[in-house]
Design a binder for this molecule. Structure first.
Ligand SMILES: [Zn+2]
Length: 216
């Protein structure tokens, strides 16, 4: 069996990170995210592209958004260096979905769906230790003492990204930009909708059998 080429797609809070880690351990494939790919290729020479700056690092150091054509190039490089992968966080819009078609084939497209109400509960309940960065959840992963980190005794805080307004906004952006990507893939043989509302273990069982079915 060839190493699977997997795209995982879903809104923030759907469990893409957790399930991607499971896929990496199970199949020995690379987890490719736009952020990681960018960090790994900071000094890639962009002189063959018609860009304002010569390297991704130059954009990052200037605090500028890395343009789409650079992101595409970096994802392409990461995919061609991988022997099997789970791609997570790309394509974010339909333009990127079209780019991806020219880069690689996919064995399976996993679309994790979770209701908006549940996503809001998951995301707004996140707490992180201000000192060591350990993650908690007010409902699903409570510390021994409310507001205090089990690991280091630090204070647990809510990140700005996880406030109600910020979460609603992140979900709106997903609906507007990335839902059309899901619509674009729906109906293909590789496309599988996964119910992401169960426990992480239940969702994983479904994902594993789906991937095995599509790669055997
Ligand atoms: Zn801590």
């Amino acid at each position: 069996m060839a190493a699977p080429r997997i795209l995982i797609i879903g809104p923030p809070g759907a469990g893409k990170g957790t399930q991607s880690s499971n896929l990496v351990s199970e199949y020995g494939i690379d987890h490719i995210t736009t952020g990681d790919a960018l960090r790994a290729n900071k000094d890639m020479d962009l002189s063959h592209l018609d860009t304002d700056r010569d390297t991704p690092r130059a954009y990052m150091e200037a605090g500028d958004l890395v343009p789409d054509e650079v992101v595409n190039e970096i994802v392409d490089t990461a995919l061609s260096n991988a022997d099997g992968f789970v791609l997570d966080g790309y394509p974010r819009n339909t333009d990127q979905a079209e780019e991806l078609e020219s880069m690689t084939g996919l064995d399976v497209i996993l679309s994790l769906s979770v209701s908006r109400e549940e996503l809001i509960d998951r995301l707004t309940g996140r707490r992180v230790c201000d000192d060591c960065g350990e993650n908690y959840h007010v409902e699903f992963d409570q510390p021994e003492t409310e507001g205090v980190c089990d690991e280091c005794g630090g204070e647990l805080i809510q990140r700005d990204d996880d406030t109600r307004d910020a979460v609603e906004n992140r979900l709106d952006v997903f609906d507007e930009e990335t839902q059309p990507v899901i619509d674009h893939y729906e109906g293909r043989d590789e496309f599988v909708a996964i119910d992401g509302e169960g426990t992480p273990a239940d969702v994983w069982t479904e994902i594993k059998s789906t991937v095995d079915e599509h790669t055997n």
